[in-house]
Design a protein around this ligand. Structure first.
Ligand code: ASP
Ligand code: MG
Length: 450
């Protein structure tokens, strides 16, 4: 069972999580925890403040971190574990600010305190033992901030270390998100990484199920804030869940479902604050029936269009575009190119737009490979997702007919050959309506699965 930040927000919610673990009588449960709510963001800012010598901000943030954990520790009787960790954090931050240097490696060290402390709080509530991801055997490369678990080694070590502890009936609590290199240097595995930790552990021990507890019931057929009759999806496939994750249905670590899918371990998304709800079950096979499962949108994107007659028939243009974007760390969300080859459209996060445009102008327009880089801000991606669409003719026709009937203009279109989703770009003002139209068109509403 993995518990997210909001589930770990205070002594009270941590006790609630402990109750959920204990309620699984007759099963052996390993708990994986995120840092307390907002803590990773606070620690990130703390590391930056120390780095830039912003002492006022640094002390304010350290004060917050202390207060939140000291309060919870007092409540859960975990002072003995928390006090030394806070002292270590103070020393580390003092060191960073004294040297005025922050590396990816020392940033990870700072971030690790969120999960190291929350795991101690949970262990106190459960009267169990807290271990770091590294202590249970997860080893990563040294790509700090986004380290990659060495799967074979990790799986082997985790099975060997966790197995006996579980067999003895001990309540084991493991830090999500953090691990270490083979040389014992602390790493983090990417934001939202606790989900990933949970599935790595689940795969290693051959768990019956992996439960991801958060503050929502599960995945929905659409965002309930914009679609009134959106309903909870009770059972979908790994592929569908991964595809939906890309559309921000729930901010899960992009690789979180990989180990579970690979080893065929069912994942269940559940709500700590509504445990009566069964949540969303994710397995290898989606239940039959229903071609389209969800209508979703991705906000905060921008569209770049690279065009020019010189691009036609010139091999390597796409490669240059992608390389230029990769070099500035721009994350491509959607790509489309027409057969005329005279333009390639790319959707990326709006926050990366300026850098991306500059890079493309420098590397493609200036050497004469492309003529223009046009930009459309306020572009939203809208998509329908469902593995049942594969091989069914007429879905795209229905989609665009419905969208046209509402006089919504489609700016770009993309569909991968997996046929798992069809997505298109519209002006941001029209995305909510587009989602509503599609949710209705494909009959996704009305289900009551509470
Ligand atoms: N605490 C980490 C984060 O906020 C990991 C997680 O919550 O999954 O990204
Ligand atoms: Mg989180």
């Amino acid at each position: 069972m993995k518990f997210g930040g909001t589930s770990m927000a205070s002594a009270e919610t941590i006790r609630r999580c402990a109750t959920l673990v204990r309620a699984q009588d007759g099963h052996q449960v390993v708990a994986v925890v995120s840092a307390m709510s907002g803590m990773t963001d606070a620690l990130l800012e703390l590391a930056d403040a120390a780095h830039h010598g912003n002492r006022v901000r640094m002390h304010a943030l350290l004060g917050q971190v202390h207060e939140l954990h000291e309060q919870a520790a007092a409540d859960l009787n975990a002072q003995d574990a928390i006090t030394p960790l806070l002292a270590q954090l103070d020393a580390l931050v003092a060191g960073i600010s004294a040297v005025g240097e922050l590396t990816a490696r020392s940033r990870d060290a700072v971030l690790s305190f969120g999960e190291r402390m929350s795991s101690q709080l949970m262990a106190a509530a459960l009267e169990g033992v807290a271990l770091t991801g590294h202590e249970v055997g997860i080893v990563t490369d040294d790509h700090f901030g986004e380290a990659n678990p060495l799967m074979e080694l990790s799986r082997y070590q985790v099975a060997e270390r966790l197995g006996p502890r579980m067999a003895s009936g001990e309540h084991v609590v493991v830090t999500g998100f953090i691990a270490a290199t083979q040389h014992d240097v602390v790493t983090t595995i990417g934001r939202g990484g606790s989900d990933y930790t949970a599935t790595i552990l689940g795969a290693a021990i051959g768990a019956d199920e992996i439960w991801i507890w958060s503050d929502v019931d599960g995945l929905m057929s659409a965002d309930p804030r914009i679609v009134e009759d959106a309903h909870l999806l009770d059972h979908i496939s790994f592929n569908e869940a991964i595809e939906m994750g890309q559309f921000g249905a729930k901010s899960m670590h992009p690789r979180a479902l990989e180990p579970a899918a690979e080893y065929g371990i069912p994942v269940r998304m559940r709500n700590t604050f509504n445990p009566e709800c069964d949540g969303t079950l994710i397995t290898g096979q989606a239940p039959a029936g229903g071609t389209v499962r969800a209508a979703l949108r991705l906000k905060g994107s921008a569209l770049l269009n690279v065009s020019g007659a010189a691009m036609v028939g010139l091999p390597g243009t796409a490669a240059r575009i992608f390389t230029a974007l990769a070099e500035v760390g721009a994350n491509i969300q959607v790509i489309s190119q027409s057969v005329s080859e005279a333009g390639i459209s790319i959707v990326l996060p709006a926050s990366q737009l300026d850098q991306a445009r500059t890079a493309l102008e420098r590397q493609l327009v200036r050497p004469g490979i492309a003529r223009h880089v046009d930009v459309q801000e306020d572009a939203h991606v809208v998509a329908i997702v469902g593995s049942g669409m594969a091989g069914v003719p007429g879905i795209a026709a229905r989609l665009f007919t419905a969208i046209a009937a509402r006089e919504i203009n489609v700016i770009a279109i993309a569909q991968g050959s997996s046929e798992l989703s069809i997505c298109f770009v519209v002006h941001s003002d029209e995305s909510a309506e587009a989602v509503r139209v599609l949710h209705a068109e494909f009959g996704l509403g009305g289900g009551t699965h509470e």
